[in-house]
Design a protein around this ligand. Structure first.
Ligand SMILES: [Fe+2]
Length: 469
């Protein structure tokens, strides 16, 4: 007698209206549009010309099974083109094979990552059977003529700069089959793209380098001394070092298979910080207290000492990924790392409550920066994060602009005469979206221009500014 395994039933639809990350300002946007000459309150600066691109989770069809933000969802890229005082908008899904197959079916086929469910060959064919949804929805990066929609520890997708059409997966000539982090860093001095990637099997963590010409200069190279698979979301870069914070959030594949969680918070491990010399020298390790870091602002070598300064948002623990009773709290922190003594000195810079999404002028990456902007909550915020905080490292002062909407990651936009900060935001009351342009010299004064977006731009993740060529 022969037996066959029963085909697992397709997971049930999710109650989107009652899901915090599938409703309100997070509700998916299904329209793809090209709309010119948007309505503007105020005046766009005449010296500001370029495009702001932003990525974020945006399920193509109503999800089934589970939906964990920010792990799940398809990618939608939004582009706001600014110039001659006008604003133009285009948005497109990144068309992975999963999105294409679901569009043919007219409904969701793949479930959430944490379900462990994959569709059978009878439904999606042999090539896609048993695969998980590809998620190039975290970040968007432009390097060496490639516009890349970035996934967490997977291959990115290459996007056409002109029309945002999906070109295909990018393995960099086959050199990076395991993919890359969603948060590589570009060294503006050398033009290099420096990458790390974590995988579930030894060596668990690698780093690599693409030259300014887009060619692989260093193929994936193990970071020696890592003995468990860890989730590492972002990195920092100096002229000398790749800076990696190995916080104690451990992948537990066997635990997930047996019904436990995919990620285990193990604070007894503490945090290990790797300073990986970009010249290939021996790695310097620094031990610190348990912490969680989603995002770094920047890092640089201190010229008067063999030390490194790193600015980042430090969390007490990774929120829903840890079973802790107290609320997770965050602060913008400056750490000075001494690779010789193996020490770390941390100082809180500020950032209001619930601070996240730190950004600097990207031209200052690897070098001392004078400004950091973050998203946080201030006393007047009635919902989630409604405030942009601005930190002047020269004076040590901190100012805040409260948008009164759900505000997104700030972006630094250099103009020909002066510089600007920008951000998308959505009013939770009527779900109208806006793009705000603030003067970098006085952002707390409020927007110079407010662009009314023609459709809702869902709350999302990371973006990039592409100055006009
Ligand atoms: Fe991120």
């Amino acid at each position: 007698m022969t037996t066959t395994s029963p085909t697992p039933a397709r997971p049930a639809p999710i109650d989107m209206a009652h899901h915090a990350h599938l409703s309100g300002v997070f509700a998916p946007q299904r329209d793809e549009v090209d709309i010119d000459d948007l309505d503007i309150v105020g005046e766009l600066p005449a010296d500001l010309t370029g495009a702001y691109l932003r990525n974020g989770p945006n399920p193509r069809f109503d999800p089934i099974g589970s939906y964990v933000y920010p792990l799940d969802g398809d990618a939608m890229v939004h582009r706001l083109q600014l110039g001659d005082g006008k604003a133009h908008y285009r948005n497109r899904f990144v068309r992975t094979p999963m999105v294409v197959a679901e569009e043919a079916a007219g409904h969701a086929i793949w479930s959430g990552l944490t379900d462990g469910y994959t569709p059978p060959a009878a439904e999606v064919g042999p090539d896609l059977a048993g695969t998980f949804r590809q998620l190039p929805d975290i970040n968007i990066v432009s390097h060496a003529g490639r516009l890349l929609a970035m996934a967490e520890s997977d291959q990115p997708y290459r996007i056409d700069c002109t029309d945002l059409a999906t070109i295909g997966r990018e393995s960099f000539g086959g050199a990076m089959p395991a993919g890359t982090t969603a948060h590589p860093k570009i060294d503006p001095t050398t033009g290099e793209l420096v990458i790390f990637n974590y995988v579930f099997e030894a060596p668990y963590l690698t780093w690599s380098v693409l030259g300014s010409d887009g060619l692989v200069r260093r193929p994936p190279t193990p970071v020696d001394g890592v003995d468990v698979p860890l989730m590492i979301h972002d990195m920092a870069l100096t002229s000398r070092y790749v800076v990696l914070f190995l916080c104690p959030l451990v992948f537990d594949i066997e635990g997930m298979v047996s019904g436990g969680g995919l990620l285990q918070w193990q604070p007894d491990r503490g945090t290990r910080i790797a300073l990986v010399p970009r010249d290939g020298g021996a790695i310097r390790w620094i031990d610190s207290v348990p912490m969680w870091v989603w995002h770094f602002a920047n890092a640089f070598d201190n010229p008067d000492a063999d030390s490194v300064t790193v600015d980042y948002v430090e969390w007490t623990y990774p929120g829903a990924f840890a079973r802790e009773s107290a609320p997770a709290t965050s602060a913008l922190v400056r750490a000075v790392l001494d690779p010789v003594r193996g020490t770390i000195t941390r100082t809180t810079l500020g950032g209001g409550a619930d601070v996240e999404f730190p950004r600097v002028d990207d031209r200052m990456l690897t070098r001392p920066h004078s400004r950091i902007a973050t998203v946080g909550r201030s006393d007047g915020d009635v919902g989630g994060r409604e405030s942009l905080w601005f930190h002047d490292l020269g004076t040590g002062s901190e100012t805040c602009w409260r948008s009164d909407v759900a505000i997104g990651e700030p972006i630094y936009m250099p103009g020909a005469d002066q510089d600007y900060w920008g951000a998308f935001g959505t009013d939770p009351a009527d779900l109208t979206s806006y793009f705000y342009v603030l003067a970098a010299d006085d952002p707390a004064a409020g927007p110079l221009a407010t662009v009314r977006m023609p459709i809702r731009v869902p709350a999302g993740l990371h973006g990039t500014w592409l100055p006009a060529q």
